[in-house]
Write a protein that binds this ligand. Sequence first.
Ligand code: ADP
Length: 496
Amino acid sequence: MAKIAEKRKIKVVLVEDDQDDAFLVRDFLNDTRFLDCQLKVIANFEEGLQEILTDSADVYLLDHHLGAGKGVDLIAQAREAGITKPMILLTGNDSPEVDQEAQKAGANDYILKAELNTSILERSIRYALSQWEATHIQEQLLRESLLREEAEYREAQWQLISETIPYGLWVTDTDGRVEYVSYSFLELLGLDLKEIEELNFQDLLVERLREKWQQTLASGKQWNEEMKLTGPDGDEVFVLSRGLPVKDEDGEILQWVGINLDITREKIIDQRKDRFLQIASHELKSPIMSILSSLYILEEEVTAGKIETGTDYIKRMKRQLKNLTQLVEDLLDLSKIEMEKLSYYPEIMNLNEVVNEVIEDLNDTHGHTIKVAMDADLYLRGDKQRIRQVLVNLINNAIKYSPQADQIEVKVKGEGEQVTIEVTDFGIGIPESELGKIFGKFYSGESLSTKDFSGLGLGLFLARKIVELHRGEISVVSQVGKGSTFTVVLPIDNGD
Ligand code: ADP
C-alpha cells in the first residue's frame, strides 16, 4: 500500500475583523489536502501588528480592510520591521491598484474574497511557503557558511599568532585554571597541551608567589611578577609574568589574560656580570699586590745592601705585569667587540712560525710538555696578532685546566682550502651541560672552584669572536676527567 504523505503542520495567523469571513477561512483551511493548519485569528490592526512582530507563525493572511487600517500597511510595517514570512492579502476588491499596493508593500500574493476556496487558499499558501523557504534557506546556509568561514579564519589567525608570538600568552578562568596558552609558553616550560589541560596557573608558582596570585585573583588587580620556573631540561627559567583581568560591563571578572616573557638570558648575563666583577677585582688586585710586595722587598734589600741583584723579583714582577696587561687587553677587546670595533689587520702569515712563537713565549707551562705535530709550510691569510691570541687562550686554558697532567698536544693540519688547529689536554674536562655555554661572554665554569681556577670567562668568548672574524669555526669535544680537545678550522683565504 502506498504511503500517504503526512500533512504539513503550519501555524497561520489571520488578521480579519469580519467574523463571518474568519469562519469561512477557518473552514477552508480545515479542508486543505496537504496542510494541517493551526489557525489564530486576530480581529484588529494593532493586535495583528503585535502578533506579526513576534514572528511566530509560518504564514500571515491579512484582510485588506481592517477598520481604519489597511492590510497592505500592516504588511509594509511588518516588512520594515524585518519580518520575512509569507503574507497573503485577502481583498474584496479586484482592482489594479490593490494589486500594485500589495506588491509594493511586500505581499506574496493576494486573493479575491469572492474567489476564495480551499484549493485557491491552499495553493497560494503552499507556493508562498516554498518560495520563502527557497530564498531563506539559501540565505541561512550562506550566512552560516560565512560565519563558519569567519570563525575558521579567526581560529587560523589566532593559531598563527599563538604559534609565532615569542611571548607565552595565557588565559585562565577566574579561579586561575588554565584555559589557553600559546605555543611558546609550552615551549618555555617544556610542557605539552595535555599537561596544561588540568593545570592551575598556581601549580607553576613557588609558595611565595602562589599566595600573591591568590591575592591578585581576589583583588582583581594587575599581576606583575618576576618568577623563577623550571625549564624543559630542569634548567632555571626566569620569566616576567604580567596579567590583567578581563571584566564584563558590570565590572565582574570573566577571565585573566597575560603574557610570560622569557628574561632568562638577561638574568644570566646579569648574574655572570656580578660574578665577573667579583673575579675581575680579585684578578686585578692579586698581581698588583704581588708586584707591590716584590717592590717592597727589593727596596728593603737594596737599602740594607743585602743583595747585589734583584733578578728573581724583577722576573716575578714582569710575569705579573704580563698577566695584568693580558687581562686589561682582554677587557679592552671585549669593549671593542661590544662596539663592533675589534681590530683586524689581515696579512699572509706562516702559521708554523706563529705556533712556534706562541709556544716559546709561554709564560708558565706548570710543568707541562707541549707536544707539537704540524704539517710543513702552512700559510694563511689572517690577523697574526689575533690568531696568536686564540692560540694563547686555548693553550693557556689547556695548561690551567689540566693541573694533574703533564702533556698538552697541539696539532696543525692543512686540508685543501683550510687549516685545522687542535689543542688537546688531559685534564678535568667539561660537563656536557656546560659545552654550549663556554664560548659565551663572561662564562666561567659553574662547577669550578674560583680558588683553583680563576678566570674572567672571556678567553673563549674572544677566541670565538676572532675565529668568526676570520670566517672560521671553533668547537670542542670533551669528557669529564679525561680532557678536552678544542678545534679551530680557518679558511686559508677568507677573502677579506
Ligand atoms: P676562564 O678560563 O677565564 O674562566 P674561558 O672563556 O677561557 O674563561 O673559558 C670558559 C670556561 O670554559 C672556563 O671557565 C672553564 O670552565 C671551561 N674551559 C675552557 N677551557 C677548558 C679546558 N681546556 N678544560 C676544561 N674546561 C675548560
